[in-house]
Design a protein around this ligand. Structure first.
Ligand SMILES: Nc1ncnc2c1ncn2[C@@H]1O[C@H](COP(=O)(O)OP(=O)(O)OP(=O)(O)O)[C@@H](O)[C@H]1O
Length: 201
């Protein structure tokens, strides 16, 4: 039986951190093939939104609904710092049942780094490794928190191409980034547009 088409929806979402209400009345629905860019200044609540969408934090109000598996790219990659990159990724590729681990390594320009311990990798190299892990999960719904940070221009282009391919194949991508993104047919919203009035915050 064919899987139902993926979607990701937020209905009237509100999230707090500590005493502060970060955003409220945030609603959207992303269908198969959609890419959405969430912008916002440091501390505006992008990570909080991503974590709520991933089900890692309980929203203060509202609901998240989703059809389809989820892959999350966040600051922590989960890669063992003491293992060579190839082995650290192979652990996750095994769990994820990745079909083409060599192809994923090559696509993210990691092949030549396979023997380098994860802790020696540069920030950008670690980010590309985390992206490889995410791609290997073959989940239709991608949540990416600051995927461009630490990447040079060429690698930023790589991320855009990956997301574009994913969406062209019927996937969904929600990308939180304070950096500009250039993807065709991408929607976007600023998290500040959902900030509560000062007396509510
Ligand atoms: N455990 C906590 N208790 C209270 N406030 C917190 C907690 N964690 C984060 N915050 C605050 O919540 C706000 C939103 O944080 P969040 O990480 O979602 O922002 P962000 O938009 O992702 O920022 P950045 O672009 O800097 O990563 C920040 O002002 C932060 O200081």
């Amino acid at each position: 039986m064919q899987a139902p088409p993926p979607f990701l929806a937020a209905d009237n979402l509100a999230c707090r951190r500590g005493e502060r209400l970060l955003f409220k009345r945030l609603s959207f629905r992303l269908e198969a093939g959609a890419a959405c860019h969430v912008t916002g200044a440091n501390g505006a609540g992008k990570t909080t939104l991503i974590r709520a969408l991933a089900g890692l934090t309980t929203p203060y109000a509202g609901e998240v609904r989703r059809e389809g598996g989820l892959a999350l790219l966040e600051e922590r990659s989960g890669l063992d710092p003491d293992l060579p990159l190839g082995k650290a990724l192979a652990f996750w590729f095994g769990l994820d049942g990745a079909q083409e681990p060599d192809g994923i390594m090559a696509a993210l320009r990691l092949t030549d780094l396979a023997e380098v311990p994860v802790r020696y990798l540069s920030t950008g190299q670690k980010k590309r490794a985390a992206l490889a892990r995410m791609v290997s999960q073959r989940a239709p719904v991608w949540l990416l928190d600051e995927p461009l940070s630490g990447l040079d221009t060429a690698s930023q282009g790589l991320v855009s191409a990956l997301v574009q391919d994913h969406c062209a194949g019927g996937g969904i991508a929600l990308i939180a980034s304070h950096q500009p993104l250039d993807l065709p047919a991408m929607t976007s919203f600023a998290i500040e547009d959902h900030a509560p009035a000062e007396e509510e915050a």
